[in-house]
Every structure is written in structure tokens, then in C-alpha cells.
Ligand binder design. Structure first.
Ligand SMILES: [Fe+2]
Length: 399
């Protein structure tokens, strides 16, 4: 029997290596290209009891492929449509309040997320509130790292992620510094004025649901969260001039009419109804348009709290029966609040974030600085019915 040549042996093995003398064969046996590596992400959007969206970007277009499962990532979800650099894979038919492991083909490592409780279910859940990162890289990274260590289930962002939304490098830095938090924690953001320096194009690309405006709501266990847009481009807003359309206000009121009476309603918005900087600046302080919208909404359904940003400090207050927060210590250059203003209950110039625990009727929280020091604690709701989670009500009482 004639021995095979070296090239013949390789052809028979079909794929061990290409052979210079057989260029056609070399093309046939070349290994298929692997998935392109990620350039940003992953991050998690649109959390539900049965759904989660996983987003990421790649340098070159590809079809997104994501493995996921409860004990191991053994189910494959493939992004529909033509290949893209901006990927979103929508996972459905998930189990509520369940941890899943997932792995994107092309990513270095796997991660986990937890689905929401069913709407109306009491929890417990733990929610992060932060914002105003503004590309002040070192400080933003410190806040993001401290927040990631809290291991919350959901993150609310009060807006102003980057100083200029037109600059792709700033977004790459923002996603890199947020990675450990956003790979595990679904993000509910609202539009900041710095997100409309490009008329909201990048914000829409990274975060906005493609079938809805920048204002929307979500049911998450015991919470109903209304995300409002205080810099609505459709209302004529500019980076230094807020705007809220009549359409948004009408949507907000109609949305509240559908909410069960026992649900905690939170509002997330960039420029809130109240804020008291020590040094006044044009376009800062509370938004009259948001104040009016929230007051009108509160006549339809009790609004437990408004979480906002826009000012680069921490403030908590109670004015005209409305609990409000300014969570703007996410990394932007810090400013001085005015703690002496009537209604202000706490205020600090500090890099900071809040964690809020909800279980049934009980809502309480803490605000920490980046060293882990508790700079404020609060209770937003309480009742005689104990939380089913042992130890929940035994924590230190809030002010
Ligand atoms: Fe702002």
C-alpha cells in the first residue's frame, strides 16, 4: 500500500491545518471565525418576573449568541435578524425571583442576574439609587465599585452618565467602570441633560426600549416605578433647558390610574421637584414642570418618593407631603447643598449612593459614601404587618 503524502494525510484529517499546495482545501478546512470580542458590556435591561434583556456591543457585526440557565448556562438564545454591533438578546419564559447564570459567546467570563418578583409580590428586594457620574473617571469608578459590592437586585440611575454623549470614548469608559455592577444588576435609567448633547441618540442606542418614548413604567414586585424625562427632546428641551411635554404628563396620569392601590409608586427623574444647592445656578434647583406633574399624579395615586439627580450632592427632604431625594453624588465634581432650607432633612456634599430595601409595606434605606460609611438612613413606609423575611424589621429605625 502506497503511503500517503503529508498533504494527503492532512486532507484526510480535514481540518488539522491548511496545506500550501492545496489552496482550495485550505479554504474548506479553515476553522470558522469565532464570535467577536465584546467592546462594551454586558448590561441588563427591562427586568421582569419572566424576562430579562442582555445587551452588549462588538467591534464588528455579528449575530448575538447567549447561553443561560439556572444551574449552568445550557440554553442557547440567538439574536434574531442580521448581524449587528449593538446586541440585545431578550430572554423570556424565565422563573420569577430566580438567579440565572449567563455567558455571551465572545465574552471572557460568565455572570449572573436575578429576575424580578411577580408584580404585587412583597419581596424582599434591595434597590440601588445613584447617578450623575459625568465622566469624572476616578470618582465615578470609586462609586461604581462601592455600589457593586452591595449586590442589589435592581439599579435606578438618576441620569448624567457622561459629560458629553457625543463622545464614544466617554461611553466606553463609563461601561468599563460600571461593568461589575451592570453585568449582574438590571439598570433602570432616566435621561439626564448630558444625555441630550447628541439629542439622545447614544442614550437611545444603549438603553431605550425601541418601542417606547423616554418615559415609561415598570412593575417590579411590590414597586411600580415611573421613569419620567425632565429633558424631553420632543418637548423642546436643550442640555441647559428642561422640558416635559403634555403628552408625557397625560401618559403619567393615565399610567397611575392603572396601578393597584397597595403598590409603592416611585418616580425616577433627572431634575426633580425640589433641590437646594447652596449656590444658585441657572437651570438648577427644582423643576417647576416636574413639580406640577408629580403633584397632579399624586392626586391619582400616592407617590411614595421621587428619586432625582442633576445636583452633585446628596439631599433628602419632605415638602408638601412629598418625599424626595437628590442622588447626584455619583462621581461628578461635587457641589454644596443648603441643609438649612425648610423641608430638607439630610444633605451632604459626598460621593454617595442609596440602597433601599422593600418588603411588603416596609420601605427603608441607607445612603453611604464610598468608604462604606452610612451618612443617612430613612424609612419611607411602614405598617403593623411584619415582613415575612426574618430580621427585616429588626434593623435600626430610620429617622
Ligand atoms: Fe444634570
Amino acid at each position: 500500500m502506497r503511503p500517503r503524502s503529508a498533504c494527503g494525510a492532512l486532507a484526510a484529517l480535514a481540518a488539522l491545518a491548511a496545506c500550501d499546495s492545496l489552496p482550495g482545501l485550505a479554504r474548506r478546512v479553515a476553522a470558522p471565525p469565532g464570535p467577536p470580542p465584546l467592546t462594551m458590556g454586558p448590561w441588563l435591561l427591562d427586568p421582569g418576573a419572566a424576562t430579562m434583556t442582555v445587551a452588549w456591543t462588538t467591534e464588528v457585526p455579528s449575530a448575538g449568541r447567549l447561553w443561560y440557565g439556572t444551574s449552568a448556562p445550557d440554553h442557547l438564545a440567538i439574536e434574531p435578524g442580521a448581524g449587528s454591533t449593538d446586541h440585545r438578546v431578550v430572554l423570556a419564559s424565565l422563573s420569577p425571583q430566580t438567579q440565572y447564570r449567563y455567558r455571551i459567546e465572545g465574552a471572557d467570563a460568565s455572570s449572573v442576574f436575578t429576575t424580578a418578583p411577580e408584580p404585587g409580590q412583597e419581596g424582599p428586594i434591595q434597590v440601588l439609587v445613584y447617578g450623575d457620574n459625568r465622566s469624572n473617571s476616578g470618582d465615578h469608578a470609586l462609586v461604581a465599585r462601592a455600589a457593586a459590592a452591595e449586590h442589589v437586585q435592581l439599579a435606578l440611575h438618576t441620569g448624567d452618565m457622561v459629560v458629553n454623549a457625543r463622545e464614544p470614548d466617554l461611553w466606553r469608559t463609563w461601561f468599563r467602570e460600571e461593568h461589575d455592577l451592570l453585568a449582574k444588576t438590571p439598570l433602570l435609567p432616566t435621561v439626564g441633560n448630558h444625555e441630550i448633547t447628541d439629542s439622545g441618540v447614544a442614550y437611545s442606542r444603549w438603553f431605550q426600549h425601541r418601542d417606547r418614548p423616554t418615559y415609561w413604567s415598570v412593575d417590579y414586585g411590590p414597586l411600580h416605578i415611573d421613569v419620567l424625562d425632565s429633558f424631553e427632546v420632543a418637548a423642546g428641551a436643550k442640555p441647559h433647558i428642561g422640558g416635559v411635554s403634555e403628552a408625557q404628563k397625560a401618559w403619567f396620569e393615565e399610567d397611575l390610574r392603572q396601578v393597584p392601590k397597595d403598590r409603592h409608586v416611585w418616580v425616577l427623574v433627572h431634575q426633580g421637584p425640589y433641590a437646594h444647592p447652596a449656590h444658585a445656578r441657572p437651570g438648577h434647583g427644582g423643576s417647576e414642570a416636574v413639580r406640577a406633574a408629580v403633584a397632579a399624579g399624586a392626586k391619582i395615586h400616592p407617590i411614595e418618593v421621587v428619586f432625582a439627580g442633576h445636583e452633585h450632592f446628596y439631599e433628602r427632604g419632605l415638602i408638601d407631603g412629598l418625599h424626595y431625594f437628590v442622588m447626584g453624588g455619583g462621581g461628578a465634581p461635587l457641589e454644596d447643598p443648603d441643609p438649612s432650607f425648610p423641608g430638607v432633612q439630610a444633605a451632604q456634599k459626598a460621593l454617595s449612593y442609596a440602597t433601599v430595601e422593600v418588603c411588603g409595606c416596609h420601605v427603608r434605606g441607607q445612603v453611604k459614601d464610598i468608604a462604606g460609611k452610612v451618612i443617612d438612613s430613612f424609612r419611607l413606609s411602614d405598617c403593623a404587618t411584619p415582613c415575612a423575611t426574618p430580621g427585616f424589621a429588626a434593623e435600626p429605625a430610620a429617622r
